[in-house]
Design a protein around this ligand. Structure first.
Ligand SMILES: CC(C)(COP(=O)(O)OP(=O)(O)OC[C@H]1O[C@@H](n2cnc3c(N)ncnc32)[C@H](O)[C@@H]1OP(=O)(O)O)[C@@H](O)C(=O)NCCC(=O)NCCS
Length: 162
């Protein structure tokens, strides 16, 4: 039975007690990645200890869109990275968007866009000048979404089975 989705609920920083709502979303994105890149990803139980580590990590930040019923409609996490001190690299602080997932039932309602906007605002205030992320080949929804938000391809990772 699908419940109506209340997208008026705001984006907020994730808290420890969000784990129960976030875990099914992580399962969704893990399943997708296992389908897209089975040589790299497989589904498996995500441990709550990792969640606690993420929330306790000063270089990381996470946001949720709660649905008001102890569930979660969307989740985003990022990490701030400094450029390694290489003479050939431009020193810049960047935010790496690590995970973004919106519950299947809540997609195409602007939740992903709002999560990215909140994360980018925060990252900017930390001195980051750029958001960087990876999408896996075949993820058409993610490609269309990031393209729409103004993201452009920076590099391509090639592989061959040997
Ligand atoms: C990618 C994802 C996060 C988008 O979240 P969302 O809340 O549905 O996105 P929004 O509603 O904010 O979309 C903003 C715009 O992006 C574009 N867009 C989003 N999903 C799209 C899709 N499936 N096909 C085409 N365009 C899409 C549209 O232009 C959309 O605006 P519109 O609905 O007014 O046309 C969601 O599809 C998802 O969770 N996918 C599975 C996990 C994943 O792939 N995560 C990202 C890679 S790690």
């Amino acid at each position: 039975v699908s419940r109506p989705v209340d997208v008026s609920v705001a984006v907020r920083r994730a808290r420890h007690e969000d784990w129960l709502g976030v875990e099914p979303l992580l399962r969704e994105v893990d399943t997708l990645h296992a389908e897209l890149a089975p040589g790299y990803f497989r589904t498996g139980a995500r441990a709550e200890i990792e969640w606690r580590r993420l929330l306790g990590d000063a270089t990381a930040a996470a946001w949720v869109v709660p649905d008001g019923a102890a569930g979660t409609l969307g989740f985003l996490s990022l990490r701030i990275y400094e450029t390694p001190p290489e003479p050939t690299m431009v020193p810049r602080r960047r935010a790496h968007l690590e995970t973004l997932v919106v519950a299947t039932r809540a997609r195409r309602q602007g939740i992903g866009r709002r999560l990215v906007a909140a994360a980018a605002d925060w990252a900017r205030r930390q001195g980051a000048v750029e958001m960087v992320l990876t999408t896996w080949a075949g993820n058409a929804a993610a490609d269309a979404f990031y393209e729409r938000l103004g993201y452009r391809v920076l590099s391509r990772v090639l592989h061959a089975v040997i």
